[in-house]
Ligand binder design. Structure first.
Ligand SMILES: NC(=O)c1ccc[n+]([C@@H]2O[C@H](COP(=O)([O-])OP(=O)(O)OC[C@H]3O[C@@H](n4cnc5c(N)ncnc54)[C@H](O)[C@@H]3O)[C@@H](O)[C@H]2O)c1
Length: 451
């Protein structure tokens, strides 16, 4: 069922923005009496990830799911039925999420749309006085992330991001170990994603008509207008720069997020990248082969990705490896291992300088099984809605992690080393690279003015 019509352009600039201004003063959840007990949420984007998130949200007794917005009627309908089965009531459904944001009986929204559709609804939601749980990566480009932080701060709304590893106890412990100095000087880090989908990949399909149960124009939203193609749509949009950032921002963001956390860093000082589309014959425009090298003070990070060969690295097809002078720590969702190192005296040094006593490393092996962070991540969001504390993965934290992916992709596109100024979030003396930090949205899908 569609609600009242609100034009995208008018939203956030008219009556709603004015009512939101008074709403900012008070947590949405505290406004409606009984809402102190119940958390009333809506979902924007009820596809694959949206439904995974509902696996965690719906079983929570205090959560009511009152609205489902999806440009695909089938996705909205199936999700609404699922809500009815588990919660016993049919939520409002619609293709356009704006009427949802006007509802008084809504405290927050879950946003699980494609990457190019994260910033606009997140900003409009906080302007309407709602709290937000938005999926990673934060936005389609650096400027979108900056606008999301600005909107969250201006409205004092919660904006939590779905980099759920931050809520996993084993990730927390692993980061503590890296930070403790137990590994010695951590100077070399690798994150990686390897698989073999060559040569067919997604396959090749002609452009055609979008299904009639989909508002394709709204799906495109701020992205450039292009003919419908099943590869550029549900789930597979991530392999096109118009909507996302390929494997770098799809998976790399989860991995680099942990690196920034462990290094307590806001971003790298420089980035260079090489790669291409070398092994896949489909119509993707993001690379299937990529090496991005980031320099941090005293430490180098490489994000390494290939889709034409699935040979595992250290027994894993994706992971994070921290190397220190005393040992290494390898980490992913399945758990972590600490691997002590040992110092050697190479033949040449021994011949020139003679035998010497070798430094003994005290580090002990250690390992821990992985814990899914999703339930704790969702619980933290709900808790922050009540306490108004900053969430475990606040928008600003996830913005910086997402930036590492945007920067990797920009370095890949330009094919040269880029110097990054962490404080100003701009490239140093590089107008061509700086031009890629934002893009002109399609007319009618501009971000609200937050000045
Ligand atoms: N945190 C994680 O572990 C994790 C895992 C998977 C995906 N994700 C993220 O979740 C997001 C969604 O990915 P997905 O795999 O679910 O994609 P998907 O294509 O399966 O789902 C996206 C849904 O959003 C809908 N949609 C698109 N534009 C919309 C709009 N303007 N308003 C309402 N609905 C709209 C689509 O119709 C679709 O149902 C991506 O950004 C992805 O990176 C995160």
């Amino acid at each position: 069922m569609e609600g009242p019509k609100v034009t995208r352009r008018s939203f956030g600039e008219g009556a709603l923005a004015a009512s939101a201004a008074t709403a900012f003063a008070m947590p949405a959840i505290a406004r409606g009496g009984s809402a102190a007990e119940r958390v009333r949420l809506g979902i924007i984007g009820a596809g694959s990830r949206g439904n995974q998130l509902l696996d965690t949200f719906l079983p929570i007794e205090e959560v009511d799911l009152v609205a489902v917005a999806d440009v695909d009627d089938h996705h909205a309908g199936k999700t609404a039925e699922r809500v009815q089965k588990t919660k016993g009531h049919m939520p409002w459904t619609g293709r356009d999420y704006l009427p949802m944001l006007e509802r008084k009986d809504l405290d927050g929204v879950i946003i699980a749309t494609p990457d190019h559709w994260h910033a606009l609804p997140a900003i409009q939601a906080v302007l309407a006085g709602k709290d937000v749980y938005v999926e990673k990566p934060v936005g389609h480009n650096v400027a979108e992330g900056q606008a999301m932080i600005k909107a969250a701060r201006k409205t004092q709304r919660i904006m939590a991001v779905g980099t759920q590893q931050r809520s996993s106890s084993h990730f927390q412990k692993a980061v503590e170990i890296v930070r403790s100095g137990k590994l010695g000087k951590v100077f070399w880090i690798q994150t990686w994603n390897y698989e073999n989908i060559s040569p067919v990949g997604m396959g090749t399909y002609p452009d055609g008509e979008a299904p009639s149960h989909v508002d394709y124009d709204r799906w495109l939203g701020p992205a450039p207008s292009k003919a419908f193609n099943p590869n550029r749509f549900h789930l597979l949009f991530r392999w096109f720069f118009d909507y996302a950032g390929g494997m770098m921002s799809d998976w790399g963001v989860h991995l680099n997020d942990i690196v920034l956390w462990a290094l307590d860093a806001k971003g790298p000082n420089s980035i260079y990248a090489a790669g291409g589309i070398r092994t896949t014959d489909d119509n993707r425009d993001t690379p299937d082969t990529l090496q991005v090298i980031y320099e941090f003070p005293g430490c180098t990070l490489t994000y390494s990705m290939r889709k034409g060969n699935g040979l595992k690295f250290n027994g894993h097809d994706y992971r994070i490896l921290f190397c220190g002078t005393d040992g290494s720590l390898m980490l992913d969702r399945s758990g972590f291992e600490v691997i002590p190192d040992h110092v050697v005296l190479p033949y040449g040094i021994k011949l020139v300088h003679g035998k010497r006593d070798l430094r003994k490393i005290e580090l002990k092996p250690e390992s821990e099984k992985g814990v899914d962070g999703q339930p704790a991540h969702v619980a933290n969001f709900l808790e922050c809605m009540k306490t108004r504390a900053r969430p475990t993965c606040d928008i600003e934290i996830a913005h910086r992690s997402t930036n590492t992916c945007h920067l990797g992709n920009i370095a890949y596109k330009l094919g040269r080393k880029l110097e990054w100024d962490v404080a100003t979030e701009t490239f140093k003396n590089d107008s061509e690279a700086n031009a890629l930090l934002s893009r002109e949205p399609r007319k009618g899908f501009e971000l609200p003015n937050l000045a």
